[in-house]
Design a protein around this ligand. Sequence first.
Ligand SMILES: [Zn+2]
Length: 239
Amino acid sequence: MELASGVYLVPGLTLGNACLVTHPEVALLDCGLPGEGPAILSFLGELGLAPKDLRTIALTHADPGHSGAAPWLRRNSAARILASAGEAAVAAGERAGLGRALWRAGLALVGRRTEAFAVDAELVPGDVVAGFTVVATPGHTPGHVSFFREEDGILVAGDAVRVAGRDLLAPAFWNSQSEVRARLSISRLADLPVHLLIAGHGAPYREPGAGLRRAGGPPGFMEDLVRRRETRAAKRRRR
Ligand SMILES: [Zn+2]
Protein backbone atom coordinates (compact mmCIF):
# COMPACT_ATOMS: atom_id res chain seq x y z
CA MET A 1 0.00 0.00 0.00
CA GLU A 2 1.51 3.36 -1.02
CA LEU A 3 0.77 5.78 1.83
CA ALA A 4 2.53 8.81 0.43
CA SER A 5 4.85 9.52 -2.46
CA GLY A 6 7.35 6.65 -2.43
CA VAL A 7 6.35 5.43 1.06
CA TYR A 8 4.84 1.95 1.38
CA LEU A 9 3.74 -0.18 4.28
CA VAL A 10 5.11 -3.68 3.64
CA PRO A 11 2.02 -5.94 3.55
CA GLY A 12 1.58 -9.25 5.35
CA LEU A 13 4.02 -8.86 8.25
CA THR A 14 3.01 -10.56 11.49
CA LEU A 15 3.55 -7.94 14.11
CA GLY A 16 5.46 -4.73 13.52
CA ASN A 17 5.08 -2.27 10.66
CA ALA A 18 7.92 -1.89 8.17
CA CYS A 19 8.00 1.13 5.84
CA LEU A 20 9.63 0.89 2.47
CA VAL A 21 10.83 4.19 1.05
CA THR A 22 11.68 4.18 -2.66
CA HIS A 23 13.17 7.63 -3.21
CA PRO A 24 15.55 9.44 -2.97
CA GLU A 25 17.01 6.04 -2.05
CA VAL A 26 15.52 2.63 -1.34
CA ALA A 27 15.38 2.19 2.41
CA LEU A 28 13.47 0.31 5.07
CA LEU A 29 12.38 2.06 8.25
CA ASP A 30 12.07 -0.94 10.59
CA CYS A 31 11.92 -4.42 9.14
CA GLY A 32 9.74 -6.93 11.00
CA LEU A 33 10.45 -10.15 12.86
CA PRO A 34 13.21 -12.70 12.31
CA GLY A 35 12.12 -14.78 9.31
CA GLU A 36 10.27 -11.95 7.54
CA GLY A 37 13.16 -10.89 5.27
CA PRO A 38 11.97 -12.99 2.29
CA ALA A 39 8.47 -11.45 2.43
CA ILE A 40 10.03 -7.98 2.42
CA LEU A 41 12.28 -8.78 -0.57
CA SER A 42 9.34 -10.24 -2.48
CA PHE A 43 7.42 -7.01 -1.88
CA LEU A 44 10.41 -5.09 -3.31
CA GLY A 45 10.17 -7.39 -6.32
CA GLU A 46 6.49 -6.51 -6.79
CA LEU A 47 7.55 -2.87 -7.07
CA GLY A 48 10.17 -3.78 -9.68
CA LEU A 49 13.09 -3.44 -7.24
CA ALA A 50 15.92 -5.93 -6.79
CA PRO A 51 17.59 -6.83 -3.45
CA LYS A 52 20.70 -4.89 -4.58
CA ASP A 53 18.55 -1.73 -4.74
CA LEU A 54 17.93 -1.82 -0.98
CA ARG A 55 20.70 0.38 0.47
CA THR A 56 19.60 1.17 4.01
CA ILE A 57 17.74 -0.35 6.94
CA ALA A 58 17.16 2.26 9.66
CA LEU A 59 15.73 1.10 12.97
CA THR A 60 13.53 2.95 15.45
CA HIS A 61 14.71 0.54 18.13
CA ALA A 62 16.11 -2.94 18.66
CA ASP A 63 13.01 -4.89 19.73
CA PRO A 64 12.77 -7.94 17.44
CA GLY A 65 9.37 -7.00 16.01
CA HIS A 66 11.11 -3.98 14.45
CA SER A 67 14.67 -5.16 13.88
CA GLY A 68 14.47 -8.96 13.70
CA ALA A 69 14.90 -9.38 9.94
CA ALA A 70 17.76 -6.84 9.70
CA PRO A 71 20.77 -9.21 9.75
CA TRP A 72 19.20 -11.59 7.19
CA LEU A 73 18.28 -8.67 4.93
CA ARG A 74 21.83 -7.30 5.12
CA ARG A 75 23.19 -10.67 3.99
CA ASN A 76 20.71 -10.83 1.13
CA SER A 77 20.70 -7.25 -0.18
CA ALA A 78 23.00 -4.21 -0.42
CA ALA A 79 21.67 -2.72 2.82
CA ARG A 80 23.59 -1.19 5.68
CA ILE A 81 21.94 -1.23 9.11
CA LEU A 82 21.62 2.07 10.99
CA ALA A 83 20.44 2.60 14.58
CA SER A 84 21.10 4.95 17.48
CA ALA A 85 24.08 4.15 19.71
CA GLY A 86 21.80 2.99 22.54
CA GLU A 87 19.82 0.62 20.31
CA ALA A 88 22.98 -0.57 18.55
CA ALA A 89 24.33 -1.75 21.91
CA VAL A 90 21.12 -3.67 22.60
CA ALA A 91 21.07 -5.22 19.10
CA ALA A 92 24.67 -6.36 19.55
CA GLY A 93 23.84 -7.91 22.93
CA GLU A 94 26.21 -5.52 24.74
CA ARG A 95 23.44 -3.90 26.71
CA ALA A 96 20.43 -5.74 28.08
CA GLY A 97 17.14 -4.51 26.70
CA LEU A 98 14.21 -5.85 28.70
CA GLY A 99 11.90 -5.73 25.69
CA ARG A 100 14.40 -7.50 23.49
CA ALA A 101 15.07 -10.19 26.13
CA LEU A 102 11.36 -10.90 26.60
CA TRP A 103 10.80 -11.01 22.87
CA ARG A 104 13.76 -13.30 22.35
CA ALA A 105 12.31 -15.76 24.87
CA GLY A 106 8.83 -15.54 23.34
CA LEU A 107 10.07 -15.96 19.78
CA ALA A 108 12.22 -18.95 20.76
CA LEU A 109 9.00 -20.65 21.91
CA VAL A 110 7.58 -20.38 18.39
CA GLY A 111 10.86 -21.43 16.79
CA ARG A 112 12.14 -18.04 15.63
CA ARG A 113 15.73 -17.32 16.55
CA THR A 114 16.68 -13.73 17.31
CA GLU A 115 20.15 -12.92 16.02
CA ALA A 116 22.49 -10.40 17.65
CA PHE A 117 24.00 -8.02 15.12
CA ALA A 118 26.32 -5.03 14.87
CA VAL A 119 25.09 -1.93 13.07
CA ASP A 120 27.09 -0.37 10.23
CA ALA A 121 26.66 3.22 11.40
CA GLU A 122 25.05 5.00 14.33
CA LEU A 123 22.20 7.44 13.90
CA VAL A 124 22.11 10.76 15.74
CA PRO A 125 19.22 13.24 15.86
CA GLY A 126 19.25 15.45 12.79
CA ASP A 127 20.68 12.76 10.49
CA VAL A 128 18.68 12.34 7.29
CA VAL A 129 17.84 8.83 6.02
CA ALA A 130 16.07 8.52 2.66
CA GLY A 131 14.60 12.01 3.10
CA PHE A 132 13.53 11.42 6.73
CA THR A 133 15.12 13.31 9.63
CA VAL A 134 16.03 11.36 12.77
CA VAL A 135 14.21 12.60 15.89
CA ALA A 136 15.14 11.32 19.38
CA THR A 137 12.07 9.77 21.04
CA PRO A 138 13.33 7.95 24.14
CA GLY A 139 10.88 6.39 26.59
CA HIS A 140 9.75 3.01 25.29
CA THR A 141 13.48 2.23 25.01
CA PRO A 142 16.36 4.57 25.92
CA GLY A 143 17.72 4.95 22.38
CA HIS A 144 14.41 4.99 20.51
CA VAL A 145 14.25 7.31 17.48
CA SER A 146 11.51 8.32 15.03
CA PHE A 147 11.79 9.41 11.40
CA PHE A 148 10.08 12.57 10.12
CA ARG A 149 9.75 13.78 6.52
CA GLU A 150 9.09 17.49 6.66
CA GLU A 151 8.01 18.01 3.00
CA ASP A 152 4.74 16.12 3.50
CA GLY A 153 4.60 15.56 7.26
CA ILE A 154 5.11 11.78 7.38
CA LEU A 155 6.17 10.47 10.79
CA VAL A 156 7.41 6.91 11.30
CA ALA A 157 7.27 6.60 15.08
CA GLY A 158 7.99 2.96 15.97
CA ASP A 159 6.83 2.31 19.51
CA ALA A 160 7.11 5.96 20.63
CA VAL A 161 3.32 6.08 20.41
CA ARG A 162 0.53 3.50 20.21
CA VAL A 163 -2.46 3.63 17.90
CA ALA A 164 -5.56 2.23 19.64
CA GLY A 165 -8.48 2.78 17.29
CA ARG A 166 -8.99 6.57 17.17
CA ASP A 167 -6.89 7.06 20.30
CA LEU A 168 -3.19 7.67 20.44
CA LEU A 169 -1.54 6.49 23.65
CA ALA A 170 1.89 6.61 25.23
CA PRO A 171 3.57 3.20 25.48
CA ALA A 172 2.21 1.31 28.50
CA PHE A 173 4.20 1.86 31.72
CA TRP A 174 5.13 -1.84 31.88
CA ASN A 175 6.43 -1.60 28.33
CA SER A 176 8.46 1.59 28.83
CA GLN A 177 11.94 2.21 30.09
CA SER A 178 10.54 5.58 31.27
CA GLU A 179 6.90 6.54 30.94
CA VAL A 180 7.70 10.18 31.70
CA ARG A 181 10.34 10.35 28.99
CA ALA A 182 7.93 8.62 26.61
CA ARG A 183 5.31 11.33 27.21
CA LEU A 184 7.86 14.10 26.78
CA SER A 185 8.92 12.53 23.48
CA ILE A 186 5.29 12.45 22.32
CA SER A 187 4.90 16.11 23.29
CA ARG A 188 7.89 16.94 21.10
CA LEU A 189 6.38 14.95 18.21
CA ALA A 190 3.13 16.91 18.69
CA ASP A 191 5.09 20.09 17.91
CA LEU A 192 5.96 18.77 14.44
CA PRO A 193 3.62 19.40 11.48
CA VAL A 194 2.63 15.72 11.17
CA HIS A 195 -0.03 14.77 8.61
CA LEU A 196 0.39 11.01 8.65
CA LEU A 197 1.60 8.93 11.57
CA ILE A 198 2.86 5.41 10.95
CA ALA A 199 3.38 3.79 14.34
CA GLY A 200 5.17 0.51 14.89
CA HIS A 201 1.89 -1.37 15.14
CA GLY A 202 -1.59 -0.79 13.82
CA ALA A 203 -3.03 1.26 10.99
CA PRO A 204 -1.61 4.54 9.66
CA TYR A 205 -3.24 7.55 11.34
CA ARG A 206 -4.02 10.81 9.51
CA GLU A 207 -3.74 14.25 11.14
CA PRO A 208 -2.54 12.98 14.56
CA GLY A 209 -1.69 16.43 16.04
CA ALA A 210 -4.50 16.63 18.62
CA GLY A 211 -4.12 12.95 19.52
CA LEU A 212 -0.38 13.35 20.03
CA ARG A 213 -0.92 16.37 22.27
CA ARG A 214 -3.38 14.38 24.39
CA ALA A 215 -1.11 11.34 24.58
CA GLY A 216 1.87 13.47 25.59
CA GLY A 217 0.14 15.63 28.23
CA PRO A 218 2.02 16.01 31.53
CA PRO A 219 1.77 12.65 33.34
CA GLY A 220 -1.18 12.55 35.71
CA PHE A 221 -2.09 16.22 35.48
CA MET A 222 -4.04 16.21 32.21
CA GLU A 223 -5.80 12.96 33.00
CA ASP A 224 -6.82 14.36 36.37
CA LEU A 225 -8.11 17.58 34.81
CA VAL A 226 -10.16 15.69 32.22
CA ARG A 227 -11.57 13.31 34.83
CA ARG A 228 -12.67 16.21 37.04
CA ARG A 229 -14.23 18.03 34.11
CA GLU A 230 -16.16 14.90 33.12
CA THR A 231 -17.38 14.40 36.68
CA ARG A 232 -18.61 18.02 36.79
CA ALA A 233 -20.35 17.62 33.42
CA ALA A 234 -22.01 14.39 34.59
CA LYS A 235 -23.26 16.14 37.75
CA ARG A 236 -24.66 19.02 35.67
CA ARG A 237 -26.50 16.52 33.46
CA ARG A 238 -28.04 14.84 36.52
CA ARG A 239 -29.40 18.17 37.86
ZN1 LIG B 1 9.29 -2.02 21.02
